[in-house]
Every structure is written in C-alpha cells, then in structure tokens.
Design a protein around this ligand. Structure first.
Ligand code: SF4
Length: 463
C-alpha cells in the first residue's frame, strides 16, 4: 500500500502525512475512564465523540462509554452553554454517574467556551446532584496530542478533587500512603503495577486506574460503570499522601507537580518502568518512599530477566531499530533497547516537547550517538528515512505495519493504538515480567523473519 513512498526527502512545514499521534480528547477520555463511576463528556459535536469512542473501543475491544454536548450550527455560532446545561441534566437523570469529566474539542475551543463558568452555573442551578462532581480539562486538538489530553485530565483530577486535610507530617508518615500516577499505559500494565506495589507491601492510591474498567471478564452482564477505577475519595486523599511516584514525563509529571504545588506532596518524577533500569528506579522509589524492603520475589523476577537478557543477547546485539510512538513510551523503550545492546537508529514521536530530545540524547550518548531523534514528526518521514538507511526492526503502533510490509522489515506492535492484535489487552509490558514479554516479542519478530527469508543452509532447528 505504501510502495509508492519515495526516498527523496523534501522539507515540509505545513503538511503531516500519516501522523504519529492522534487528538487530545482521546487521551482525556481514556484518563476519565480510570475514575470509578465516571462518565466522560465531550463538549463539542457528535462526530468527534463518536470517533474518540470508536478509536478507544478498537484498541481495548471493550465498549467505551461517553456523552456529547451534540453541537449543531446554533451552538457553533452562539456557544455551547445551553447544550452543556441540557447535557449535564440528561446525564445525571438518565445515567446517574458519580462524576462527569468534561473535555473540549477543537470546535468548542475555537468558540472559546468557558467550561468552569458552565460548571459553576450548573451547580448553582441544582443540575449537579449533591455528592456528585463535574471536572474538566481543556483539550484543543490543534495543539498537543492524545498524550497532552491524557496529562491535562489527570492534572484536572488533582485540581478538582485532591485535598490536604491538614494532617501533621507524623500523621502522614503513620498512614504511609503513596500516590502512583501510572501514565498512558494499558489496563494490563496498570494491573501489573498494582501487583508489584502489593508485592512490595506499599499502600498506594493509583489514579487513573483503568484496570477493572476496560479489561472486564465476560459474565453475561453489561455494566455502564464497572467496579474498577480510582474512587473520588481515593483521589481526594492523594493530597494526604507522603509522596507521589509519577511515571512518564509527558503523561504523568504535570499532575504530580500540580499535587505538589496544591497539597505539598513531594514527587519522584520517573520514566515508565519498561526494561531493567527503569524498573529498578521504580522499585527503588517504592522502597524509599514506602519505607519497605524489596521482597525476594521481586529480586527473583529481576534475576529471571537478567538471565534471559544474557541468554538471548546474540540475537539482539547490534540490531538496527526504528522506534516510533508516544514520547514516554519511546523514551523508556529506547533505554531498554540500549540495555539489550540493540542499536536505535530512528527514534521518533508525533508529539512535541523538548524533554524528548534532551532525554534521548542522554540515553543514546554512549551507545548510539548517531541515532536520529525527532519530535513532532510523521510516519511518512520515518518511511523515507528507512528507505534511505534500512533497519532490522520497526517498533511502533499498528499504523507502522504499512512501512513494515512495504520494506519487508520485522515489526513489533507497541504503544497506542494497537488495532489488529490482542496481546496488549492481557499481557503487561511494565516491570521485570513485562520486560520479558517485550524481549519475547522482539526476539520472535526477528527470528520469524529470519526463518522465513533465510537461505536453506541457514534454516536452523535450534536457536
Ligand atoms: S475536530 Fe478536533 S477534536 Fe474533533 S476529531 Fe478532529 S481533531 Fe479531534
């Protein structure tokens, strides 16, 4: 399908071809689903909301629920106050959520709708029932990406819900509660983080938490509001924690900084725990902030990962890799590839942010200083670069498969969205066990390709 892509690269400023990102409200909608009993609400036209819901549904293979202010021509000209008021009244009357999380779309942002004013008015008019809450995040899609939208909604949880009750330092220490902001990861990863934290014996509040919301077992019953998700009370109590561990500069750090400023909860700002080093840092932070020792079981998981890394080193060593995806995913994964002695050649993200290039320059300095690191770039350019200077492996979301097919390069699906495979829904990539899975995916892709394409005399039974 992409066989016509040319190798000649021409400068482009106002054109994106096959963007390596999607729009802000998708991330905001995903984050909202990580609050227990929450109805995500899209303040804009129905078309945006339908697209965002279907995109998430295709990735998670679960029905994603959200409501819309259903703008028509009138709202587009006069503003969406009447639509929002009617929508909130309908939502609480018909669906009865505990909380509504409003995000905006390009249209309502261009109009300049004042969402806090609308929420205040709805509160004064008694449209929001007692004990229920409405929160909001501005998510204009003409800037940022789905990651920005996710980060803004997580920060909104802190702004609207988290509170410090004024406990003394000794009381906070006695409670020993730690916040965990997990980043833009799949429900299976969130479940794995909770397992690790439990294994470590640290008391945590994790928000958002989409495990138990978007990975439900089939029991024949549909629940609009599943039992999973961080409760409003838990997010409120985040202001009374001894510390916060925030995973991912782009998706989680803004909320952790907000919590520090608002409630004086100090934060450890880490990368996502993909691979050995980043998981070590995560475990170290849990040990430090939680005041616990690392149990032998976690040490064994680490040892198994190390064993596999040395066993399989021959297949990874020096392999040239193109990585594309969300910035937090790409940063942490690149660190792991370096640990595997692979050679990142193209490290691209469709999102923007100086931290991306700064952090990757550090990670790659000793190992692959010639790697091309680019933010705000598209898949078309990645394809052109690969045509000029080929790689042994591509790692990216489902959209990268077109490049893989056109160039006959092995491909590992990783990140968001994955629309054509199922493993991401069940098998985590975070932590030591997740790193083993990542290694398996990479190794299988490389060896499957070799088995298929190699000469007869190189076709080995044992690898
Ligand atoms: S109009 Fe904006 S918010 Fe709506 S789908 Fe398009 S980019 Fe996303």
């Amino acid at each position: 399908m992409l066989n016509g892509t040319t190798a000649e690269i021409k400068p482009r400023e106002a054109l994106r071809i096959n963007p390596a990102k999607t729009c802000q409200p998708i991330g905001a909608m995903y984050a909202s689903l990580g609050i227990n009993g929450c109805m995500p609400h899209s303040h804009g036209s129905q078309g945006c909301c339908a697209y965002h819901r279907s995109h998430l549904t295709r990735h998670f293979k679960e029905p994603v629920v959200a409501t819309s202010s259903s703008f028509t021509e009138g709202a587009s000209v006069f503003g969406g106050l009447a639509n929002m008021t009617q929508a909130l009244s309908n939502i609480f009357t018909i669906y009865n959520p505990k909380l509504v999380a409003v995000h905006t779309t390009c249209l309502s942002e261009v109009i300049g709708d004042d969402i806090p004013m609308m929420i205040k008015k709805a509160t004064e008019e008694g449209i929001i029932p007692a004990g229920k809450r409405v929160i909001h995040a501005n998510t204009p899609s003409f800037v940022g990406s789905h990651v920005t939208g996710f980060a803004s909604m997580v920060a909104a949880m802190v702004k609207y819900l988290s509170e410090s009750s004024g406990k003394t330092e000794a009381q906070l220490k006695d409670d020993g509660q730690l916040n965990l902001i997990p980043g833009y990861i799949d429900p299976a990863d969130m479940r794995e983080l909770k397992r690790i934290v439990k294994e470590m014996g640290v008391k945590t509040v994790m928000f958002p938490d989409t495990s138990g919301v978007l990975d439900l077992p089939q029991d024949g019953r549909y629940r609009m509001f599943p039992s999973g998700g961080a409760t409003m009370e838990e997010i409120k109590s985040a202001g009374d924690s001894v510390g916060t561990i925030a995973l991912g500069h782009f998706a989680s750090h803004p909320a952790a900084i907000e919590l520090d400023e608002k409630c004086k909860v100090p934060a450890a700002l880490l990368e996502l725990p993909y691979g050995l080093t980043n998981t070590d840092l995560f475990i170290h932070a849990l040990r430090n902030h939680g005041g616990v020792d690392v149990p032998a079981t976690i040490g064994e998981e680490r040892g198994r990962l190390l064993d596999a890394m040395s066993d399989m080193h021959q297949y990874f060593h020096g392999k040239r890799v193109a990585i594309v995806g969300d910035p937090d995913h790409v940063i942490a994964l690149t660190q792991f590839l370096v640990e595997l002695d692979m050679k990142p050649v193209y490290v691209f993200t469709g999102s923007s942010g100086k931290h991306f290039e700064q952090r990757l320059t550090d990670i790659l300095a000793n190992h692959a200083p010639d790697a091309m690191v680019k933010q705000n770039v598209d898949l078309f350019e990645l394809h052109q670069q690969i045509k000029n200077n080929p790689v042994d492996l591509i790692i990216g979301n489902t959209y990268s498969k077109y490049i893989s097919r056109a160039e006959n390069v092995p491909f590992v699906r990783f990140g968001f969205p994955i629309l054509d495979r199922m493993g991401h829904r069940y098998f985590p990539c975070v932590g030591y066990m997740g790193a083993l899975r990542l290694m398996e995916l990479i190794n299988d892709a490389l060896l499957d390709h070799k088995d298929r394409d190699c000469a007869e005399e190189n076709f080995e039974l044992i690898q």
